[in-house]
Design a binder for this molecule. Structure first.
Ligand SMILES: Cc1cc2nc3c(=O)[nH]c(=O)nc-3n(C[C@H](O)[C@H](O)[C@H](O)COP(=O)(O)O)c2cc1C
Length: 86
């Protein structure tokens, strides 16, 4: 089975998990690149604004075509969505 892990990660947590899953599955991997800078405090503020406003962003062109894979795993951080349980 041909698998593809697609992920977006602002600070590396999702990237770490995506790479673990990729290794475990023997999958291919594709990073989603946000064309809007999300670095530092300004990036965090824009992420908050866009997350709470449910706004879309533009992403860099992807290299892989998902239709060529049997299994797609998508990983993203949660932005202003579900509160983590403590
Ligand atoms: C703008 C913003 C909003 C966030 N909102 C939530 C949230 O609502 N619930 C939550 O559990 N985590 C929230 N987080 C925390 C991230 O989901 C968490 O730190 C995640 O591991 C980051 O993944 P990354 O390192 O791949 O970017 C938020 C983070 C940011 C930057």
């Amino acid at each position: 089975m041909k698998s593809l892990v697609i992920y977006y990660s602002r600070t590396g947590n999702t990237k770490f998990v995506a790479e673990e899953i990729t290794a475990e599955l023997g999958a291919y991997i594709e990073e989603i690149v946000d064309l809007k800078s999300r670095e530092g405090r300004p990036g965090w503020l824009s992420a908050t604004r866009d997350g709470t406003g449910n706004r879309q962003t533009n992403i860099a062109e992807t290299k892989r075509n998902p239709t060529n894979y049997d299994l797609i795993v998508v990983g993203t951080p949660v932005w202003a969505g579900v509160r983590a349980r403590r």
